[in-house]
Structure formats: C-alpha cells, structure tokens
Design a protein around this ligand. Structure first.
Ligand SMILES: [Zn+2]
Length: 284
C-alpha cells in the first residue's frame, strides 16, 4: 500500500517476511521518479500497478541507492531510465555474472556470498528463475547528479559509508526529504556484522549536510529529524564506550561505571556491533 509522505513524495513501506525494502516515488510537475526497483519482478510490478491508479505525471526515471539484490532485482520490470553511480554499475556488472538456479544459490551460500535468509527470500520472491535477469542501467554518474522532474529537483549523491562503498542518497530540497537506502546499516567484516568508525562517522557528517524533515530508510519506518539524531547519538555513544576493546562484559561494566545505568537495548546492540568488529578485524 503506497503512503503519502509529503505533497510530492510517496513510498511503499518495507516488508520483513521476504526482505522487501521500501520503494520511493517522487513526483515533479512533468515527470515522476522511483527510488529502488524492489527485490523481485513481482515486487516491482506491485508498486507500478499501484502507481498506475494515481493521478501523477508519467514515470520516467528509476534511481538505485546501491547494488544489493533486494534493490535491483526489479529493474527490468520497471522498464524506466535507470540511474546509478559508477561503483554501483561495476558491482551490478559483477552480479550479472551470477546464475540464479537453485544449485547456484546453494553454492553462493557455501561461499558466504548470500545468507540463508537471502536465498530463502529469493526463492520465495522469484520461484521460477530460468528467465530471470538483472536489468540494464542507462545513466551512470560519478559523485552526484541532479534530476529535474519539472519544478522539482532531486539531488543524487554517492556517499559510500558503513553499509557498502557504493551507497547513494537522494535529496529533495523542496520537500526536505532524504532517501537513505541502507546506508545507515553496518556490513560484514570477516563474517561479523557491525560498524567501524572510519566508515560510519564521515558518512554521518555527509548526511548531516542535508536539511531534512524526513529520512526514508529501506528496511524500517520513516525517521524524523529527532529520530535520526537519536540514532547518531546512540552510535557515537556506543563507539566511544567501546573504543578499541572487544570484551562485551568489560565494555558494559565501563558503561555502568560511567553512567550509573545499563545501556539501552539499542545502544547495547551498537556496542556489540563495534566490539565484535574490533575482535574480527584484530584476527585479520
Ligand atoms: Zn543493502
């Protein structure tokens, strides 16, 4: 079900069961633009068919936030002018070399390319994969690109960061909305999920340059300004308390000595993210 966020921005919320990310719709006076293509042709089809019943300018562009499967598997179905940065294009070219039959998926699981959950989701979303292929990209930019939808400007900017090196954000200044894709999430370091301050903090500084009221994040509900600041504060606090350490017990004790209370559930999660990655990287 498509939701209206501002006068000219809509989104279809994420769905956890098959890891569908939220998809965005930005409507200028002349054209409309979609953010991310969905995790399957059927995800893309569902979004497009809902859009068809809306009274908006014609769909023209599709912008990708990054190369991960759940954001690009609907490209062909959407059949729009597809825009991505050079890094995303190179990574998608790599994905295009993969095969999607059951036996190949099992191989990727063993090679740790995809998780169990990812493979389960791909099988559910695209039961028949013999004719499945990832679609082509049309406009490749370096660093940033501005798209004019008619009296409405979209700024697409590559920011890299904590989740993948190719992440882009999409900013609509008139509406004060920023699409973040997955960029606030961590990644795997030697098989362990988490963050490093080197990847995370320069990205937060970059995001902070945009004056936004709403932040659309691919796998959760929309954040407002105070929620995003709360997230930054939790991440910074967790990193500060962890430092270069990785013993969760020591870190938790340091936290309670300093603040006279236990860390919140969220901060506790981020503490583990930093500490586990410290440990994983110390072995490499
Ligand atoms: Zn991702």
């Amino acid at each position: 079900m498509i939701k209206k966020l501002t006068d000219r921005i809509y989104y279809m919320p994420h769905k956890e069961d098959t890891d569908r990310p939220s998809l965005g719709l930005i409507c200028g006076n002349k054209y409309s633009l979609i953010v991310d293509s969905g995790n399957s042709p059927s995800h893309a089809k569902e979004f497009i068919s809902e859009i068809k019943s809306m009274d908006i300018p014609p769909l023209k562009y599709l912008v990708l936030t990054h190369y991960h499967w759940d954001h690009i598997f609907g490209i062909r179905k959407m059949n729009l002018i597809t825009i991505a940065n050079k890094n995303t294009k190179e990574k998608i070219d790599g994905m295009k070399k993969l095969k999607w039959d059951d036996a190949s998926l099992e191989e990727y699981l063993d090679s740790e390319r995809f998780s169990d959950f990812t493979i389960e989701c791909i099988k559910k979303e695209i039961p028949k994969r013999d004719r499945f292929a990832i679609g082509d990209l049309d406009i490749i930019y370096k660093d940033s690109i501005e798209i004019d939808l008619g009296e409405l400007k979209c700024i697409v900017k590559e920011i890299g960061g904590s989740h993948t090196d190719d992440s882009s954000v999409i900013y609509i200044p008139e509406e004060k909305v920023l699409f973040l894709g997955d960029c606030i999430y961590g990644r795997r370091y030697n098989g362990v999920y988490g963050y490093t301050k080197e990847k995370l903090f320069p990205m937060i500084d970059e995001i902070e340059k945009y004056d936004a009221n709403y932040y659309i994040i691919s796998h959760q509900d929309v954040y407002n300004k105070s929620q995003i600041h709360e997230l930054w504060n939790q991440l910074k606090l967790a990193e500060q308390i962890v430092g270069k350490n990785w013993s969760i017990e020591d870190i938790k004790k340091r936290f309670s000595d300093k603040f006279n209370e236990l860390p919140s559930e969220d901060v506790n999660f981020y503490i583990k993210c930093f500490a586990n990655v410290n440990k994983a990287l110390s072995k490499s």
